[in-house]
Design a protein around this ligand. Structure first.
Ligand code: SAH
Length: 412
């Protein structure tokens, strides 16, 4: 692991960034909440982002081609330049004005600042696995901090992106959940995390030679379906053919959710064939109410049914995420119950697979990863019932880049 400071270390902590926001708005993290988290007490669920925040500047990646043209014209600039800027951004993977030599030098600065304003600056990059896992901490225009992780494998590269600064879902084992929700990210802020990775791959900065992003997983900070519109917009930008978008396959995009049932239903109707991952973590309401507090609003049965409807309609296999916690949710009988719950939908085809995630303990956490023997037994029982099961690798663990470890602390 190596740490590469890219800008001088900032003075602000995430807490002071929150404190500088409107004093009368509900603050995302208070000292009381942090104390509650340390003591293992339940945090409140926060369903919507605090109001009154300033929005990031509009950016090409927020807009469809007509919107890009209109934004230029509204600023007294020629609309036809939008397509050239889109080609630089999405097709050539260029964001430096000097490289946009087909734009008139006199107007270039204005065109770029109108459609490609800087949305985020890298604060720090941490590397592991000989540089093939890279976590970047970004500062957004208002000081909010988010993280993204690039993971290069022999045959593909995956970008794990954030969809919110913080998260309001309050899952007690997740580092992000302990910090509360600061704000929703814009479509362009989400897309730009992928584009930054795509540009460094294209420039050959990641070991393994020049490459491209094959997969995007919404498994960074935030609950993507709580920021539905911006996330669906980002998926459209990533999958629209170049130069309107990045031209990725929708099959390469995975949206992971705690299970906001009405939003899963909406996504089912959306007609984007992405992969849905459901963070189940327990097959019974009693335990899931504690591990994934949204379960107090939508039961296991209701949530699994919504996921099954998604699979049935889109013909995309759903992934069930299950973080294995020693002595908490890893008993053999819970594996059997999980199989029952997944079959209760009446599904007669392989609509689902289970992805077991070895728990990454967060600082001070009372939970630890399961005993390998218990993990194997859990896998065996699910497979005995015909449910394909995999165990997630824990890449990036030592740089706090693995699942559930993104906390965006500038001091870490
Ligand atoms: N809000 C979305 C995305 C979160 S991160 C969701 O909950 O699905 C992606 C996955 O990492 C989720 O399944 C989440 O439950 C899991 N996760 C969170 N904290 C973890 C931890 N400490 N160890 C292992 N997995 C964790």
């Amino acid at each position: 692991m190596s740490e590469t400071p890219q800008t001088p270390q900032p003075q602000q902590t995430p807490q002071s960034a929150t404190a500088t926001a409107d004093a009368d708005e509900p603050s995302a993290t208070t000292p009381e909440m942090e104390e509650a988290a340390r003591a293992g007490r339940a945090l409140p669920l926060v369903m919507s982002a605090p109001r009154g925040r300033k929005k990031p500047p509009p950016h090409l990646a927020d807009l469809d081609p007509a919107g890009r043209k209109a934004l230029l014209e509204d600023n007294g600039l020629p609309g036809f330049r939008a397509k050239q800027l889109s080609t630089h951004y999405f097709a050539r993977l260029v964001d430096a004005p000097e490289q946009m030599t087909d734009l008139p030098a006199a107007q270039r600065g204005e065109l770029v600042s109108t459609l490609l304003p800087e949305l985020m600056t890298p604060v720090r990059t941490s590397e592991a696995d000989r540089g093939t896992t890279r976590k970047t901490l970004w500062r957004l225009f208002d000081g909010a901090l988010v993280e993204s992780v690039l993971m290069r494998y022999t045959d593909r590269t995956t970008m794990c992106v954030s969809s919110q600064a913080g998260c309001g879902m309050a899952c007690p084992f997740c580092a992000t959940g302990q910090g509360g929700l600061q704000r929703n990210m814009s479509t362009a802020e989400i897309v730009e995390q992928v584009m930054a990775g795509a540009r460094s791959l294209a420039r050959g900065e990641v070991p393994g030679g020049p490459g491209r992003v094959n997969n995007v997983v919404f498994m960074g900070m935030g609950e993507p379906l709580a920021n539905y519109k911006a996330v669906v917009g980002a998926v459209r930008r990533l999958t629209d053919p170049a130069p309107d978008g990045l031209g990725m396959s929708a099959r390469g995009v995975t949206v992971s959710t705690v299970g906001l049932v009405p939003r899963i239903r909406q996504l089912t109707e959306e007609g984007v064939p992405l992969t849905l991952a459901l963070s189940l973590h327990a097959p019974d309401d009693e335990l899931r109410n504690e591990l994934v507090p949204i379960n107090t609003r939508f039961s296991v049965a209701e949530t699994v049914d919504a996921a099954w409807q998604y699979a049935r309609t889109t013909k995309r296999r759903v992934s069930i995420e299950y973080a294995m916690m020693r002595g908490i949710n890893d008993q053999g009988w819970r594996a059997d119950l999980l199989a029952d719950v997944l079959y209760a939908t009446g599904a007669d085809w392989g609509w689902v697979h289970v992805n077991l995630i070895p728990l990454n303990p967060t600082p001070g956490s009372k939970w630890t990863a399961s005993d390998p023997a218990d993990e194997q037994e859990f896998v065996r029982r699910l497979e005995a019932r015909g449910i394909p099961t995999t165990v997630r690798d824990t890449r990036g663990r030592e740089i706090d880049g693995a699942c559930g470890q993104l906390a965006a602390s500038e001091l870490a």
